[in-house]
Design a protein around this ligand. Structure first.
Ligand code: ARG
Length: 571
C-alpha cells in the first residue's frame, strides 16, 4: 500500500495509508483524503490512482475507490487461509514480541498492613495484574511491585495498644483463614484509634512507641514484623483466591525504602529542589496546582522530622530507575492520587532520575459503586470487605452454574463456581472503561448472556467441546478451499488479535482486550450457526473450519489468561 501510494503520488514519500478493518470491505484505507488535501489533488481521483497502482497478486482480490476517496480492499481467500494456517502452526498464535528487551515495572495492589482488603483494592489489583500479564505476553521483562503500606505512625499506636491488651486475640484468630487474623487486627486498630483520640496519656505512650519503632527498638520491631507477616499471609490468600499473579517475591512495601530516605532527601536539598518551609521540607512547583487553583507543595519531611508517603515514593522511583533499570513504570493507583504522582514525577525529573528514556505513568481508574450506582457501603454504612464481595459473586455463580449442571459432582461444581464467580468479578471490572466509575452488580455480572465473563467462559467450553468431538485431526488448513462470509469475518477478527494486544498495552486499557474477546465469541457464534463444522460438506471444508475453531479456542484461552480469568473445559 505504501508503495502504491508513492507510485500514485511521489510527494507522499512513505506516508502511512491508514488501513483499517471495515464493514464495507475487508479493509479500508483512508489516507488518500488528507494527502489529497495537502497536495491540492482531487481526493477521489487520487484514491482511484492509488487503487489502480496496487500490485499485490495473490493478496488483494479487489481494490476500489469509494465515497470521497476511501479505498476498499478485499483480500483473496488464499491469503486469509494462509494467515490462519501460519497462526495455527505457531506456539504464540503468531504474536510478535514488541516489548522484548523492555523492563517494565507495574506497581499495583499496595494494600495496608493490619487492614483488611476492601472494595477499594479491587481495581488496582485486577487491572494491575492484567497489565502485567499483557506486558509479559508482549515480551517485556516484568517486575511486579506491591507497595504495601507497612510503615507509619499508625503502627506505633496499634503496637502500643496490643502491648497494653495482651488478651486481644489477633494472632491466630482463625488458623484456617489468614484473612480472619487481619480482620481482627483491623478491629483492634479502630479501637486503638478511639482510645488515642479519647485518652491523652495513651496518645503520649503511642507517640513514644512510634519513636521506638523508628529508632529500631527490638521488641517493638518484633511486633511490627509480626503484623507485616500476618497481613502478608492474608493478602497472599486473597491473591490466590482472585487468581492474581503477585507473590511474596513482589513485596516491596514502604518500609523497604526507609534506609534510603535520608540520602534521597539530602540529594534533593543539595540540588536546591527541596527547600525548608516552616520547619518542614518541601518541593514547590510553579505549574502544579490543587483543585482550588493554588500551588500545592509536596511535603517530604514534617517539622517533627518524620518522612511521609511522598518521600517514600521518591526513594522508590529513584531505586526503580537506577537499580531496577526500569524502562517503564506504571502506577496502577486510584485516580484520587493523580496530584501526588504528578508531583513525584516532576520532582524525579528535576532531580535527573526520570529522563526521557524512562516512562513513568500514573494509570488511574474510577470508583466501584454499589449496585444502585451510589457510593459502595455495607448496610450499616461501613466499608465493603473484598472477601465478602467475592463470596457473594461465587454464591451467585453457583446458582447459575448449578441450574445447568444439576447432576454434577459437588466438588467439581464448587471449583467451577469459584472460577466463574471470580471470573465474573474480574471481567466486570476490566471490561469497564478504566477511568469510569461502575456499579458492582453481581446479578448482572454472572449472567450467561451478554458481555460477561461467564459468557466468554461458556463460549470457551463450547469450542473445547467441538474439538473434543472432532477427535484427532492433522490440523492443516487448505489455502485453496473456498471461504464463506462468516469464515472470512472470523478469520479476519482472529488476525487482529496481536494489534489489539499492542493497543490495549499502549493505552493501558484492558477493556479493549475484553471488547475484542467479546466480539470474538460473537463472531464465532455467527460462524458456527451458519457453517457446520463436524458435519461440513467436504473433508477439506471440515479441516479448515476445525482450524478456525482451534485458533478461536486458543485465542480466547490466551486472552482470558491475560485477563487473569480461568478458561474451563466444561461447565
Ligand atoms: N498503599 C497505598 C494506598 O493504599 C497505595 C500504594 C500505591 N503505590 C505507590 N507507589 N504509592 O493508597
Amino acid at each position: 500500500m505504501v508503495d502504491a501510494l508513492r507510485r500514485a503520488l511521489p510527494e507522499a514519500g512513505r506516508t502511512e495509508p491508514l488501513v483499517r478493518r471495515s464493514d464495507r470491505a475487508d479493509f479500508q484505507a483512508n489516507g488518500a483524503l488528507a494527502l489529497a488535501k495537502q497536495h491540492g489533488r482531487n481526493p477521489r481521483e487520487l484514491g482511484a490512482a492509488v487503487a489502480a497502482a496496487i500490485e499485490a497478486p495473490g493478496l488483494i482480490s479487489s481494490a476500489e475507490v469509494s465515497g470521497p476517496g476511501f479505498i476498499n480492499l478485499d483480500l483473496t481467500s488464499e491469503a486469509i487461509w494462509a494467515q490462519v494456517a501460519a497462526r495455527t502452526d505457531s506456539d504464540l498464535l503468531g504474536l510478535g514480541l514488541p516489548l522484548a528487551g523492555k523492563r517494565i515495572i507495574v506497581d499495583y495492589s499496595g494494600p495496608n498492613v493490619a487492614k483488611e482488603m476492601h472494595v477499594g483494592h479491587l481495581r488496582t489489583t485486577i487491572i494491575g495484574d492484567a497489565l502485567a500479564r499483557l506486558a509479559e505476553a508482549l515480551g517485556a521483562t516484568m517486575i511486579r511491585q506491591n507497595h504495601l503500606g507497612d510503615w507509619g505512625t499508625q503502627f506505633g499506636m496499634l503496637i502500643q495498644y496490643l502491648n497494653e491488651h495482651p488478651e486481644a486475640e489477633w494472632h491466630h484468630a482463625d488458623d484456617a483463614d489468614p484473612t480472619a487474623n487481619v480482620a481482627a487486627l483491623d478491629r483492634l486498630y479502630k479501637q486503638a484509634r478511639n482510645v488515642f483520640d479519647a485518652d491523652p496519656d495513651f496518645a503520649d505512650r503511642a507517640r513514644a512507641r512510634v519513636v521506638a519503632l523508628q529508632s529500631g527498638d527490638e521488641d517493638t520491631r518484633k511486633v511490627w514484623r509480626d503484623l507485616v507477616e500476618v497481613s502478608a499471609e492474608a493478602f497472599d490468600a486473597m491473591y490466590e483466591r482472585l487468581g492474581v499473579s503477585l507473590t511474596a517475591a513482589d513485596l516491596a512495601g514502604e518500609s523497604t525504602y526507609n534506609h534510603l530516605l535520608d540520602n534521597v532527601v539530602e540529594e534533593l536539598v543539595a540540588a536546591g529542589i527541596a527547600v525548608e518551609s516552616e520547619g518542614a521540607l518541601c518541593v514547590f512547583f510553579d505549574d502544579i496546582t490543587g483543585p482550588d487553583g493554588n500551588p500545592v507543595p509536596l511535603l517530604l519531611r514534617k517539622a517533627d522530622g518524620g518522612y511521609g508517603y511522598a518521600a517514600t515514593d521518591l526513594a522508590a522511583i529513584r531505586y526503580r530507575i537506577r537499580d531496577l533499570k526500569a524502562d517503564q513504570i506504571l502506577y496502577v493507583v486510584d485516580a484520587r492520587q493523580a496530584l501526588h504522582f504528578k508531583q513525584v514525577f516532576a520532582t524525579a525529573r528535576r532531580a535527573g532520575w526520570l529522563t526521557d528514556e524512562v516512562e513513568a505513568v500514573h494509570v488511574p481508574f474510577g470508583t466501584v459503586l454499589g449496585p444502585d450506582g451510589k457510593p459502595f457501603k455495607t448496610r450499616s454504612g461501613g466499608t465493603v470487605r473484598l472477601m465478602s464481595l467475592l463470596d457473594e459473586a461465587i454464591a451467585k455463580a453457583s446458582e447459575v452454574i448449578g441450574e445447568k449442571n444439576s447432576d454434577a459432582d459437588p466438588a467439581d461444581l464448587a471449583a467451577l463456581a469459584a472460577a466463574t464467580g471470580i471470573g465474573a468479578v474480574k471481567y466486570a471490572d476490566l471490561s469497564n472503561n478504566r477511568i469510569k466509575d461502575y456499579a458492582f452488580d453481581t446479578d448482572r455480572m454472572v449472567s450467561l448472556t451478554g458481555d460477561t465473563g461467564v459468557y466468554l467462559q461458556y463460549a470457551h467450553t463450547r469450542l473445547a467441546s467441538i474439538l473434543r468431538m472432532a477427535g484427532k485431526t492433522n490440523g492443516t488448513v487448505d489455502t485453496a478451499a473456498p471461504m464463506s462470509r462468516e469464515e472470512r469475518a472470523l478469520a479476519l477478527h482472529l488476525d487482529a488479535y496481536g494489534t489489539n494486544l499492542a493497543e490495549s498495552m499502549t493505552e493501558r486499557e484492558p477493556h479493549r482486550l475484553c471488547g475484542y474477546l467479546y466480539m470474538l465469541a460473537r463472531t464465532f457464534t455467527r460462524f458456527y450457526e451458519a457453517n457446520p463444522v463436524l458435519k461440513a460438506e467436504t473433508d477439506e471444508i471440515r479441516k479448515n473450519r476445525l482450524g478456525l475453531v482451534r485458533l478461536t479456542r486458543d485465542t480466547l484461552a490466551h486472552g482470558l489468561n491475560l485477563l487473569g480469568i480461568a478458561a474451563p473445559e466444561r461447565m
